[in-house]
Design a protein around this ligand. Structure first.
Ligand code: NAD
Ligand code: ZN
Length: 355
């Protein structure tokens, strides 16, 4: 391959992203070499930048950021038959061991040997070229754009959460938090047949966007009056006209998790997507005696194919999530935009391709 430029956005330490040239890797027998096209910035990329760690994952060595990726195959390993140079693909960023009970049991997101882009110590995709296992690349139909391909990553979080919640036709769904993750859950819940979706947030502009994306009701957190979580849940119940069949919590805020329990119907399901404080107070007896099942989710497993078919069939339009676009060279500005949320930023997209 003639290309030499492999400009990469490397997090060297807290608050220190450097644009550096890195060597272009050789794909192994089962990998493809990808020319990166689009990479979306996720809250976790920003958090590693500003804090240098998420929980037990600590950035100890320089790490390339980015994990919401699409690109073009430029070379294939000798055993790769599923893809060829020129194919446009979405990249599933986490590659598990394929050997353990979790992997064999189709819950590979729980694999202890998971190598996930831009989760230390593994490099991410904000670069011009990287190599990736062919079976974690999904060929995009011609009419699905690279940006939509990159957005299959957060959309897969929505697919996994809605599957764990058991969202089905006719459901009334409550989504707490209207950030990118709340919004992909809104889109997925609707695509899976939810009749009505109610969404909450502190931020009025985020609720406005949620309405444009199909939310039936929005309920804004009142930060001026010191409202209790039961009072907030009561406002949600009034808006919906009853309790939610399932609730998907996407803020991680303690008071929101509390309200989410109160606003879910007896026998319903609450899925915790938002990850905030490691320990929170929740009304556990209320959940227990009303048989509200509380389920966690961690990323996704086997969700990319469905996410892709939802986008390719037109059932879900993820394009309105993109509010800002930058080039790879403008990575710092892109991260600053994502960090501050300026100009009502939702999804900030970085184009790594130079065409
Ligand atoms: P975000 O910060 O952009 O969105 C969170 C939203 O919640 C914001 O709009 C914020 O205003 C709102 N919010 C804050 N307090 C609230 C409250 N009390 N009630 C209602 N809304 C409130 O983040 P995001 O990128 O949308 O991600 C959402 C959460 O999902 C984060 O905690 C993230 O870590 C988590 N996440 C988890 C997984 C997983 O696998 N479990 C995957 C991706 C993201
Ligand atoms: Zn495994």
């Amino acid at each position: 391959m003639a290309a030499k430029d492999n400009l990469s956005a490397v997090l060297r330490k807290v608050n220190d992203i450097q644009m550096e040239q890195r060597e272009i890797p050789q794909p192994t027998d089962t990998e493809v070499l990808l020319a990166v096209h689009s990479v979306g910035i996720c809250g976790s990329d920003v958090h590693y930048w500003t804090h240098g760690a998420i929980g037990d994952f600590v950035v100890k060595m320089p790490m390339v950021l980015g994990h919401e990726t699409s690109g073009t195959v430029v070379a294939v390993g000798s055993k790769v038959t599923s893809l060829k140079p020129g194919d446009r693909v979405a990249v599933e960023p986490g590659v598990p061991c394929r050997m353990c009970d979790y992997c064999k049991g189709a819950r590979y997101n729980l694999c202890l040997e998971m190598k996930f882009h831009a989760t230390p110590p593994y490099h991410g995709s904000l670069t011009r070229y990287f190599a990736h296992p062919a079976d974690f690349c999904y060929k995009l139909p011609d009419h699905v754009s690279y940006e939509e391909g990159a957005l299959l990553e957060p959309l897969s979080v929505g697919v996994h959460a809605c599957r764990r919640a058991g969202v089905t036709i006719g459901h009334t769904v409550l989504i707490c938090g209207a950030g990118p993750i709340g919004l992909v859950n809104l889109l997925t819940a609707k695509a899976m047949g939810a009749s009505k979706v109610c969404i909450t947030d502190i931020d009025a502009s985020r609720l406005e966007r949620a309405k444009q994306l199909g939310a039936d009701w929005t309920v804004q957190v009142n930060t001026i009056v010191n409202e209790t979580s039961t009072q907030f849940a009561d406002r949600i119940i009034v808006a919906i006209g009853g309790h939610a069949d399932v609730t998907i919590e996407c803020s991680g805020a303690e008071s929101s998790i509390q309200s989410a329990i109160y606003a879910t119907k007896s026998g319903g399901v609450l899925v915790l997507v938002g990850l905030g404080s490691a320990t929170v107070n929740i009304p556990i007896v209320n959940a227990a005696v009303r048989e509200v099942d509380i389920r966690g989710i961690f990323r996704y497993a086997n969700c990319y194919p469905l996410a892709l078919s939802m986008v390719a069939s037109g059932k879900v339009d993820v394009k309105p999530l993109i509010t800002h676009r930058f080039t790879l060279e403008q990575t710092l500005e892109a991260f600053e935009t994502a960090r501050t949320g300026r100009d009502n930023a939702i999804k900030v997209m970085i184009k790594c391709a130079q065409d």
